[in-house]
Every structure is written in structure tokens, then in C-alpha cells.
Ligand binder design. Structure first.
Ligand SMILES: CC(C)(COP(=O)(O)OP(=O)(O)OC[C@H]1O[C@@H](n2cnc3c(N)ncnc32)[C@H](O)[C@@H]1OP(=O)(O)O)[C@@H](O)C(=O)NCCC(=O)NCCS
Length: 180
């Protein structure tokens, strides 16, 4: 199944599979955190915790259109996702923030993250956003991906967040890209 090419699409909370999709998005987040991803959460992190994030934090934003969620599917199964946060301050309506780029550990190194990032840039253009900002744990695998896509590294904030195991503070790298 994983040899198939994923389809990338904007996630709709109104579709017939919405509840199932929330469960699958939770499974992707849960698996990523348990594989070491530093994406706001600290272990122990249950599937229910992941579901609460999607339902309570993400879903309202999708419903009020302050957030766009893209999903990568193989068949019906979601194996990757990324978000664009649009509710920027009144003086930054040309800017959007990319968040929660996640690919299930079983589907990595097949270009899915790169495809998700290309698609989210298209969404930003559609939303008339010309500046994308994001941050990522310093030294993470995502950093070379962003750099290869033309993101500019602004710098590192040291000791920004605790690692998923809650043992040590780690830095975050701030990046941006101006869209053409
Ligand atoms: C980072 C992540 C999204 C990459 O997903 P992916 O689908 O495996 O990435 P891709 O196959 O599209 O690879 C894109 C680029 O990322 C980098 N990369 C990804 N995995 C890598 C690895 N294991 N080793 C080295 N580079 C890697 C490479 O630059 C790669 O480009 P290349 O294939 O041309 O060398 C995935 O590892 C993940 O979900 N990590 C946990 C969550 C996370 O850290 N998200 C970023 C938060 S901002």
C-alpha cells in the first residue's frame, strides 16, 4: 500500500469521513511524537491526547477558516499533514505561519513532506499571503527540507522548548520565505 503515490488535498471537516479523519490525524501525531518529534507535546502522550488536540485546537480554526489543514492520503488513510495558520494580527495579513508538518514514520523519505510544503505554499498564495514564517527544532530533519525549498534561516533561539521526553531544553530555528 505504501508504494502508492499519496494524494494531497485540503481537509474538510464537513466530509462524510471527518470523524475517521480526526482519528487518523491523531494516529499520525501520536506516532510522530512517539518517534521523537518535537511538535509541542511531551510524553506521556496518548492517542486521546492527540485526538483532543485535533478536535479542540485545530477543528475550530478550520471551521472558522483561520487555519487550513492539508492531508496526504494513500487510499483513505491519512499518512501526512501540514497546517497554515491565517489568523495573524491586523498589520500582518500578508503573513501566514506553517505548523505541524507531520509524516507518519512508516511513510517517510518518500517526498511526502516536500509535496505537502509545496501544496501549502499554493494555499498561502491562494490566500494572498506573501510571507511564510515557521520554526522547527534546531537540527531536525525538517531543517534541510526548508532550506532546500528556499526558506531563509533567521537564527536560533536556544533553550526554547523541552524535548519530548521532558529531559532537556532544546533550541528552535526560525525561518521565513517570501513567496513570488
Ligand atoms: C520532517 C518530516 C516531516 C519529513 O518527512 P518526509 O516525508 O520523510 O520528508 P521527505 O521525504 O519529503 O524529505 C524531504 C527532505 O527532508 C530531509 N530529510 C527528511 N528525512 C530525512 C532523513 N531521515 N535524513 C536526512 N534528511 C532527511 C531531506 O532534506 C529530504 O530531502 P531529500 O529527500 O531530497 O534528501 C518527518 O520526518 C516528520 O514528520 N518528522 C517529525 C515531525 C517534525 O519534525 N516536523 C517538522 C516540524 S516543523
Amino acid at each position: 500500500m505504501l508504494l502508492k503515490t499519496p494524494v494531497i488535498e485540503e481537509w474538510s471537516p464537513n466530509g462524510p469521513r471527518a470523524e475517521e479523519d480526526l482519528r487518523e490525524l491523531s494516529a499520525v501525531l501520536h506516532a510522530a511524537v512517539h518517534a521523537g518529534a518535537s511538535v509541542s507535546f511531551v510524553l506521556p502522550f496518548s492517542l486521546d491526547d492527540a485526538y483532543t488536540f485535533w478536535r479542540a485546537k485545530v477543528l475550530p480554526g478550520v471551521l472558522d477558516r483561520s487555519r487550513v489543514v492539508l492531508v496526504a492520503r494513500i487510499g483513505d488513510e491519512i499518512i501526512g499533514t501540514v497546517q497554515l495558520i491565517l489568523d495573524t494580527p491586523a498589520n500582518q495579513k500578508h503573513r501566514a505561519e506553517v505548523a505541524k508538518l507531520l509524516v507518519h514514520p512508516k511513510a517517510r523519505r518518500r517526498g511526502i513532506a516536500r509535496a505537502l510544503m509545496q501544496a501549502i505554499e499554493d494555499v498561502a498564495r491562494r490566500e494572498r499571503r506573501t510571507l511564510i514564517t515557521l520554526d522547527t527544532r534546531t537540527g531536525d530533519l525538517a531543517e534541510p527540507l526548508y532550506l532546500s525549498m528556499g526558506y531563509v534561516k533567521v537564527g536560533i533561539i536556544p533553550r526554547y522548548a523541552v524535548d519530548p521526553e521532558g529531559r532537556k531544553l532544546e533550541g528552535t530555528t526560525i525561518l521565513y520565505k517570501e513567496l513570488q
